[in-house]
Every structure is written in C-alpha cells, then in structure tokens.
Design a protein around this ligand. Structure first.
Ligand code: BGC
Length: 507
C-alpha cells in the first residue's frame, strides 16, 4: 500500500512505499556506522593492552607501571592519547575531500572509497610491525571514517521517504552503537590473548569493511545525486525503484527543481557563508559541539571505573561494556521509533532535561562521597551506575542520532555535501578535543566535570528550544520554504536573501 508523505499538511504529498530494496540499502550503507563505532570502541581497549604498549610505546608502558591512580586521576599520556585521536584528525580533513567526491561522483562511490580506506587501514594497523605502519594505518582508518560519515547519513536521508527519514537515518547511529558494543566485547576477550590479542582486535574492523565494500555494489545511487549530475533518466528509474510506486513525477520534479538551483552554484563553500545558508550551517556546527559536550564519550569512558567501585572487581570492564552497550543499542531503537512520530524537537528537549538530572545527581554524589573520603561507598556507587545508564539512554535517542540526522536533512542541495562536510569535521574536532582533554580535566576538576557538562546541557537545551525547528516529515528539498522561512528567528536570513535576489534581478 502506498503511503502518502506529508508534513503537517503543508509539504507536497509524495507517494512512497517502504520497499524491501530501500531497507536493504539502508542496512548495507549503515555498515559505515558500524565501522565508525568499532573504531571508537576498540582504541581504548587496545591502548590498555600491555603487549601493544610494550611493542609500540615502551616508555609509556614503563611509566604506567609506577603511577598511582585513583578514581579521578587515571593514567594519562597525551602522546598515547594522540594515537587514538589521530583517527579523528584524519577524518576531519578527509571529510572535505569526501564532500567533493560525494558531489562529483556520487554517494555510492564515496562509500566504496570509505571501505577501501578502511580495509587498507585495518591491514596496516593489525599487521603493524613498527609505529610508522600503525600511524599510517590509523590515518587511513580516519579517511575511511571521514568518507563513510560524509556519505552514509546523506545517502540515508536522500533515499528515505520523507515521513520515515528520521527513523531510517538513525539506523546509522544504531550501527554506531552496535559497533561500540562489539568492540568492547572484543577488547575484553582479546586482552587475554598474548601476544597478539591487539592484532585480532584491530583486525576485526575488516569484517564490516568487507560487507560495506561488497554490499555497496548492490545498492543504488540516490536519485538526487544522479539528477544533480545530469543523469535524469537513471535518477527517475532509481526513484521509481526505491519508492516502489509508478507515480513519482511530483517528487521527481521537486528534485529536478532543487538540482537546477544547485547546478547554478559553482562554489558551495562560498555559498555556505551567505546569509541564507546560515540557519542549517550554524545549527549543523553547534549540534556537533553540543553532541560531544553532553559528555557522552567521557561518561562511557569513565563507566568501567564506576562499575569497579560498585564491586564488580575484575569483571567490571566487561559488565560495564555489556550494560552500557546494550542500553545504548536498545535506546537507539526508541529514537528510531519516536523521531518521525514525536519529532526531533521533542526528543532534544526531553533528553536535555533527562541528561541534566542524571549529570547533576552523579556530580552531587561524587562531590559528597568521593570528595571527602576518596572512595565511593557501594550504595552510592550503585546509584551512580544506575544514573550513568539512564543518562546513556537519553543520549541514545536524542543528541547522538540527531547530531547526524539534522545536518543531513536541513541543507539545500547546493550546499548539502559541503555543509555536511563541515558538520562531520566539527564532530571529529570536538570528539578529538574531548578525547584529548577528558582525563586531565577529570583529574583537575574532579566531580566538577559533571557540573561542567551539566552547564553545557542547559545551553544546548535552550538552544534547541529557541533555534532548532521541527523538520519531521518535511521533504528534504523543501526545508527553505517549510522550515526556515516561517521560523521566528531564521526567517530574517531568508528574507534578506529574497531581497538580494530581487535586487539582482532588477539591476
Ligand atoms: C557520537 C560518538 C559517540 C556515540 C555513542 C555518536 O553519535 O558521534 O562520539 O561515541 O554516538 O553512541
């Protein structure tokens, strides 16, 4: 049965079915997210393995033997940290290159490039015999992440029917969470395999990379990307195939219209700096800052310490990985279910309150208990662990997935790949900043770090309330008319652009 796509009764009704083919395309493309998640999860485990440290970072390993750690001050080596973060730096640069490939060659080849970078990167890191191979491998993995994270969310948003776009796009984040979960399990089990456990852990990323490489041979290119590159007939065919209905003319025309405008823009980065691009541009960048300053990666990193304190002893790492990992994955399904029903804003606002409460409770307990005695009592630690889990839940259905979804759906076609590239690189930059600074911040600020993140959550909640408009159900090429022009604040930039165009026409 065709379902009619409409947005609050405003947007044009495009006919579409949820076809098996779209489902297959979504799942295959989202494997790019799985590799990203695996890379996020695996580094922490590998850099804690003695065999790995002795081989590549012997001085770090030596030092580590003699340091005294406590609950706040974990062993912190900026150089080792830089090894982990080099991936994010490489991805930051690569996303700009990926955006050019995405526009010139299409979303599908960009994903294929990503999988090739991943495979070579995996080969070099898992097979590394010296630090040079390791670092080059890591950089190539970063290129894979840059290319994958650029192409996959855009691909998903473009092939999805408007009223299912949120849910289908979040399959990317779902795969990220599954990747993190698998990596944590792999870390736990390979840590006991000597001396090559780390090679197995790093090599594991080859599995999703191969699936992405071969899978991407059967998925289609997005109609938008085909039409943008003047392959109109192919684009029409692709649209018919993914929508599963014959009557796709209206949607086809709207894409052609968007492509005509897009093809007049020669320099999308210059266009990004124009007032009319400001709303999605500013929101796209700030979402990345906010996503990382929720403190998610810091909290997930800190979770094993808390589990240990609760008394899980040597099983703490595994239990923490399983519990937070499963909660992260399952709660993402809640996001998939709700995002096209309640809308994006509801999730952002609900979770801001939800995460703020969790952070404050964690901060207060740590300040009171750990602050005075240096150790956390078991009951208090248990409460902290519970609130860590509740916090992860809130992130998983809101700022996590929406940080990728909103920038992939709000740029007009002419600035879509360029704008999204800036968003991806901002994400990588802020992930890098947190990865690089978190341990020192925790050691210096102690429980204060949770109040630091709480303050950020208040800022992002207010920003969402006033500046992030609802995009649920609006056709992707219709945002300007339906979303930005009516918005109380952003409309000023749209009107300025209209005036400018009028003036240009007259002169
Ligand atoms: C973020 C990652 C984070 C992950 C947690 C992603 O959306 O970009 O930094 O580790 O969510 O699930």
């Amino acid at each position: 049965m065709p379902v009619v796509v409409s947005s609050d009764g405003n947007a044009p009704a495009f006919k579409a079915k949820m076809t098996v083919y779209v489902f297959v395309c979504v799942v295959i493309a989202a494997f790019g997210g799985l590799i990203f998640g695996y890379d996020i999860g695996i580094s922490g485990g590998v850099t804690a393995m003695d065999d790995f440290l002795k081989k590549f970072f012997p001085t770090v390993w030596e030092k580590k033997q003699h340091v005294h750690e406590n609950n706040y001050c974990k062993y912190d080596n900026q150089f080792l940290q830089l090894f982990t973060s080099s991936l994010y730096l490489a991805a930051l640069v690569a996303s700009f290159l990926a955006s050019a490939v995405c526009s010139k060659l299409g979303r599908k080849p960009t994903m294929q490039f990503a999988s090739i970078f991943f495979l070579i990167g995996v080969g070099l890191t898992a097979g590394a015999v010296n630090i040079f191979m390791l670092i080059v491998g890591r950089i190539l993995l970063g290129f894979g992440v840059g290319f994958g994270n650029q192409a996959v969310p855009l691909f998903l948003s473009e092939i999805a029917p408007a009223q299912l776009r949120g849910g289908l796009n979040i399959v990317f984040q779902l795969m990220v969470t599954i990747g993190i979960f698998i990596a944590n399990l792999v870390n736990y089990f390979t840590a006991t395999v000597h001396p090559n456990g780390w090679r197995i852990a790093l090599g594991g990323a080859a599995v999703p990379a191969i699936i992405l490489l071969f899978g991407s041979l059967i998925i289609c290119e997005t109609p938008t990307s085909l039409i943008e590159r003047n392959k109109n007939e192919e684009g029409k065919e692709a649209l018919r195939k993914i929508r599963g209905v014959e009557d796709i003319n209206e949607e086809y025309e709207s894409i052609v219209h968007a492509c005509n405008i897009s093809n007049q823009v020669k320099d999308p980065y210059r266009k990004l700096l124009k007032p009319a691009s400001r709303p999605p541009f500013i929101i796209g960048m700030l979402l990345q800052l906010f996503q990382q300053f929720t403190g998610i990666n810091a909290i997930m990193f800190y979770a094993p310490v808390l589990f240990q304190t609760v008394g899980f002893g040597s099983d703490a790492a595994l239990l923490s990985a399983v519990i937070t990992g499963v909660i992260n994955v399952l709660s993402t399904f809640v996001g998939i279910y709700l995002v096209d029903r309640t809308g994006r804003r509801f999730l952002l606002l609900q979770s801001s309150v939800h995460m703020l409460i969790c952070q404050l409770i964690i901060g207060i307990i740590l300040a009171k208990d750990l602050g005075t005695t240096g150790t956390l009592g078991k009951p208090q630690a248990l409460v902290v662990v519970i609130f860590v889990c509740v916090y992860v839940m809130g992130f998983a259905w809101s700022w996590g997935p929406l940080g990728w979804l909103i920038p992939s759906e709000t740029f007009p076609l002419e600035t879509r790949t360029a704008g999204f590239a800036v968003a991806v690189s901002c994400n990588m930059f802020f992930t890098f900043v947190i990865a690089q600074a978190f341990l020192s911040m925790l050691c210096g600020m102690r429980s204060g770090i949770f109040f630091f993140f709480s303050a950020w959550i208040i800022v992002m909640g207010l920003f969402a309330m006033f500046f992030i408009p609802e995009t649920k159900g609006v056709a992707i090429d219709d945002m300007r008319e339906r979303v930005w022009k009516p918005h109380w604040f952003w409309k000023r930039y749209m009107l300025a652009e209209d005036d400018h165009q009028d003036l240009e026409k007259r002169t």
